[in-house]
Design a protein. Structure first.
Lengths: 404, 299
């Protein structure tokens, strides 16, 4: 009696094992694996990507999903460490059997996962890494870049700054790849557009530098016309605060990428310095169109805060994935890639396309200056000028030439 | 030539003062760290987290009291006390049972605490950057040294540093508690043998040390963005300062903070492109010639 129970139990278990396996193979959902940093200072940007993505996924699933399949996603916290991030991407692909990889804010992680995605022949959507190597020298057909990169930012800023009268530039920034890449791209493009510019000097501080005062007093003593401050992350606010405290913002104009962005300006309230030049790809208040207002309202209703660039990036990633599969007519990687090349979708800020040659999303780019506005209790971007994609995107030729 | 000379020296003077105000924060945090290290023998990696909690609490207190300058002064009083309270709970609930353990184990334990605190801060305050406004009377700057601007808030920090140093001196040298603590640092069994409640002394020292971390967090808040991760940046510098000065020696922490702050600000003046390496170079040089630190270690 006992023996037979044991036997039947183990048989049941055995059958159970086989029951589970086919279930995971028979895909009823489209699985997206997201690897990103959800601890530490980067969280302020990554949560926006995730929330924007969720918003679009919920919309798509509510309408019945894609080709009858719902989109499902799993997240992994890579803690800003490339080795952990890569291990997580592998786990997502081998164990969770995801169809698509997505993430991250850490460029080193993005490059590591990109290499893995290329070998696995799995599409990888990069949502917040700014390294130009991702679609440049390390680019491949499975990578999609859904945000701006340092080459684009530098070129856009150079286009805008070349029209300004400044000659003597000081270059300063966070001493890591992002800082140097932005500064180099800006400076090289600026020299091309306006050969008479001069470099007065450079200073580089460590990432996470808390107090910029000693650096700023030194720059002030050198009296340049303009400062390129290639800061990122928390350094953005730290630099602006020090610039205000030392009076730098009133004496010497300076530029920071995302200086005019909500993530930098909102925490400072009315105390942010006025007249700081910056570039950004998205504002919740500009352009003031019905579609942008609708997106902002929807995002606010869901998360009780205004969307920022990451939210747009995450939102459009989900929409492109859905539209891509729909156009391909089946859940198939090669079909998806082919469908996405050159595809244009309506976004909250107007039509947006994925460039066919290098899979770069053609985001709008705005140049503006920090300004007080009675409508908000924080500073916003004023004097906004849109820079056209053809002016600031590196050409297909330039991107593909460096690819190996 | 005179004009050139005066500009150069003005620049140098300005950098020295900026460096000194940076020293203030470093000293306040490092002195708390070294106090705990010296008396309790705990290498408290979570010290940086308490500094971060101090800054975040300052943000909340400032916001709750209307976001004006009064808020900052209230935060200056309340936030370090809240940090002290958290540390008291941690000490009574956890550390008091572990004083006899290996240093490595305490190091791992406090490291675990720093991770827990980091996640708690994320849960309570979220991932957004926070900013504490500079109190009104210290907003802006004054032209000092040949017209180079000097932030008023840094002047305030310059005054706060010596005040804390003097109070710490009085506490450790002129009060009975301080004397017992110093004795316990040298020989804790002997102090216990003469009938003194060592456990209470240890708790007090731990709380004072953590109070200093919180105070540093509040003082730094108006100059930076209050954000996750500010703990890790600081704890490394604080430990280097403590090691450079001599483990457990408060005046060593002062000396270490001075060297760290000044080499940084003057290094920027000499070689702005590689300004970051100077403080670390100083650490290397000091440890090459004095491996146990500049002043006498209590270990």
């Amino acid at each position: 009696m006992k023996k037979s129970v044991l036997l039947s139990m183990s048989l049941l278990l055995f059958v159970g094992l086989f029951m589970v396996c086919p279930l995971t193979y028979a895909q009823n959902t489209i699985k997206v694996g997201i690897v990103d940093t959800y601890t530490g200072p980067a969280t302020t940007f990554t949560m926006d990507v995730l929330d924007g993505f969720k918003l679009a996924v919920n919309e798509i699933n509510a309408k019945g999903g894609v080709l009858g399949k719902k989109i499902e996603y799993t997240t992994r916290d890579e803690k800003f460490k490339p080795d952990i991030g890569l291990a997580m991407a592998k786990e997502l692909v081998l164990k969770e059997k995801v169809d698509i990889l997505m993430g991250t804010i850490n460029s080193a992680t993005a490059l590591a996962i990109s290499d893995f995605a290329k070998k696995e022949k799995l599409p990888f959507f990069v949502t917040f890494s700014k390294s130009e190597k991702i679609i440049g020298e390390k680019g491949h057909p499975y990578i999609f870049n859904m945000n701006e990169n340092t080459a684009m930012v530098g070129k856009a800023a150079a286009v805008a700054l070349a029209k300004k009268p400044y000659i003597k530039y000081w270059i300063a920034g966070d001493d890591y790849e992002y800082g140097h890449a932005i500064a180099n791209s800006l400076w090289n493009n600026l020299k091309k557009l306006k050969p008479q510019v001069q470099k007065a000097g450079e200073s580089w501080w460590k990432v996470g530098e808390a107090d910029f005062t000693p650096y700023i007093t030194q720059i002030l003593a050198a009296k340049p016309d303009f400062i390129i401050a290639a800061t990122g992350g928390a350094g953005m606010v730290n630099f602006q605060k020090a610039a205000k405290a030392t009076g730098l913002s009133q004496k010497i104009p300076f530029y920071q990428h995302t200086a005019i962005e909500l993530s930098v300006l909102k925490p400072q309230g009315q105390n942010a310095p006025e007249g700081v030049f910056g570039t950004a790809n998205y504002f919740f208040y500009y352009p003031d169109t019905p579609s942008n207002r609708a997106f902002v309202d929807e995002f606010k209703r869901a998360y009780n805060r205004e969307p920022r660039i990451g939210a747009l990036s995450g939102y459009m990633t989900a929409r492109f994935i859905a539209a891509g599969y729909k156009k391909a007519g089946k859940i198939d990687t090669e079909g998806l890639i082919k469908a996405l090349e050159g595809m244009s979708l309506d976004s909250p800020v107007g039509p947006m396309a994925i460039r066919g040659c290098d899979h770069q999303l053609e985001l709008p780019m705005y140049f503006g200056v920090t300004t007080k506005n009675p409508k908000y209790d924080f500073l916003v971007a004023g004097d906004v000028q849109a820079i056209q994609a053809k002016d600031y995107m590196p050409t297909c030729d330039e991107v593909l030439r460096v690819r190996k | 030539m005179d004009a050139v000379y005066s500009i150069i020296s003005a620049g140098v003077l300005s950098q020295v003062f900026v460096g000194l105000s940076r020293t203030t924060i470093l000293f306040i945090v490092a002195s708390g760290l070294t106090l705990i290290l010296g008396v309790l023998r705990i290498p408290n990696v979570a010290h940086g987290s308490l500094y971060m909690i101090g800054a975040f609490t300052a943000f909340t207190v400032t916001k709750l009291s209307g976001g004006g300058s009064a808020g900052f002064w209230i935060a200056l009083v309340i936030a370090p006390l809240i940090v002290a309270l958290i540390s008291l709970i941690a000490e009574r609930g956890m550390f008091q049972f572990l004083y006899e353990r290996e240093h490595l184990m305490l190091l791992l334990l406090t490291f675990a605490f720093s991770l827990v605190f980091g996640d708690l801060v994320k849960l309570v305050w979220g991932g957004e950057y926070k900013s504490v406004p500079v109190p009104h009377i210290f907003q802006g700057f004054v032209p000092l040294f040949g017209g180079l601007p000097f932030p008023l808030y840094n002047l305030f920090l310059l005054l706060a540093g010596p005040v804390v140093a003097i109070l710490l001196y009085l506490l450790t040298n002129k009060t009975k508690m301080g004397k017992i603590a110093r004795a316990a640092a040298v020989d804790r069994e002997m102090v216990g043998a003469v009938g003194i409640n060592v456990s209470r002394v240890f708790a007090t020292v731990f709380v004072i040390g953590c109070y200093l971390a919180g105070l540093g967090g509040v003082l730094v808040a108006p100059t930076v963005s209050v954000t996750l991760g500010m703990d890790h940046n600081l704890i490394i510098e604080a430990f280097l300062i403590v090691i450079m000065g001599g483990l457990g020696n408060i005046w060593g922490a002062l000396l270490g903070a001075l060297i760290f702050g000044l080499t940084q600000s003057l290094g920027i003046l000499i070689w702005p492109k590689f300004g970051i390496i100077f403080p670390y170079l100083a650490v290397v040089v000091v440890l090459l010639f004095r491996p146990t630190g500049l002043l006498k270690s209590t270990w």
